[in-house]
Design a protein around this ligand. Structure first.
Ligand code: GLN
Length: 280
């Protein structure tokens, strides 16, 4: 009898984890932020997308990517339209009031983009009183509002839209995250970056406040990726060689703790050998 009920319990558990696989976990992003998220044909790809696929896999669900405006992401998360945000989103104290952030997964900074022939803007101090383009709802926009005296702030849906405005002379400069800026400049020889360390950013995944189950799972994925080489592979795949890549140290959990699980890998489907791996 005991054996039968144990078997039924194990079967029920097995079926639950299988049926979960058919459920989706929805990730919100803004696919105009290469190399983190961008489109290739009709597909949304990038560092954050591949990382989210690993997050979804570890969470036992299928990933659905929802592409939207960056400044609508937090409201979408709060309303339940999406389950997490992976959008090169900086973990700011202000945003922490409305979302829970994962372990940091990337360190970045803001840079200035100007016309290639501009000689008057050499640092952030030179931006005083000028027309500056930003992506709406970003830390770059906040920086302009808070720290550049008399700036004429122009907000755009994407950094790429801002770059078009800079090219046609409607604005004097753009403040945007470093790697997307490098992508823009790479594609536009009439633009250049002024690199002046004035504002650093640390990216993290955002989940709905209190969604501890998903947050724990995301953190586990990030820590595992950093430990098992998957993170490095992603960097090599998506980041420019001169990208000034910084992997931030994990904040709360250390990876040097090991939990040992005993099993007998000859009991499929619960545990068995698949190549070099023990799976089940
Ligand atoms: N890191 C910036 C922010 O969080 C910009 C992110 C983005 O535009 N995708 O505000």
């Amino acid at each position: 009898m005991k054996k039968i009920s144990l078997f039924l319990l194990m079967t029920a558990l097995f079926m639950t984890s299988c049926s979960k696989k058919n459920e989706v976990v929805k990730m919100g992003t803004n696919a105009a932020f290469p190399p983190f998220e961008y489109t290739e044909g009709s597909e949304v790809v990038g560092f954050d997308i591949t990382m989210s696929q690993l997050i979804a896999k570890d969470y036992g669900k299928k990933l659905e990517v929802v592409d939207m405006n960056f400044d609508g992401l937090i409201a979408a998360l709060q309303s339940g339209a999406i389950d997490f945000i992976a959008a090169g989103m900086t973990a700011t104290e202000e945003r922490r009031k409305n979302v829970d952030f994962s372990e940091p997964y990337f360190s970045s900074k803001q840079v200035i983009i100007v016309k290639a022939d501009n000689t008057s803007i050499e640092s952030v101090e030179d931006l005083e009183g000028l027309a500056i383009g930003c992506q709406a709802g970003t830390t770059g926009e906040l920086y302009v509002q808070d720290s550049i005296p008399n700036a004429d702030l122009k907000s755009f849906k994407t950094g790429i839209d801002a770059s078009l405005s800079l090219k046609n002379g409607a604005i004097d400069a753009i403040i945007l995250d470093e790697l997307p800026s490098k992508e823009i400049v790479k594609r536009n020889s009439d633009l250049k970056i002024v690199d002046d360390d004035f504002c650093t950013d640390v990216y993290a995944i955002a989940v709905r406040k209190g969604n501890k189950e998903l947050l724990d799972s995301v953190n586990k994925t990030i820590l595992t990726m950093k430990a098992n080489g998957a993170y490095e592979k992603l960097i090599n795949c998506f980041m420019p060689v001169d990208g000034n890549i910084v992997i931030p140290a994990s904040e709360s959990v250390t990876t040097d703790k090991i939990v040992k699980l005993g099993t007998n890998a000859a009991f499929p489907p619960f545990e068995y050998v698949d190549g070099k791996d023990i799976v089940g």
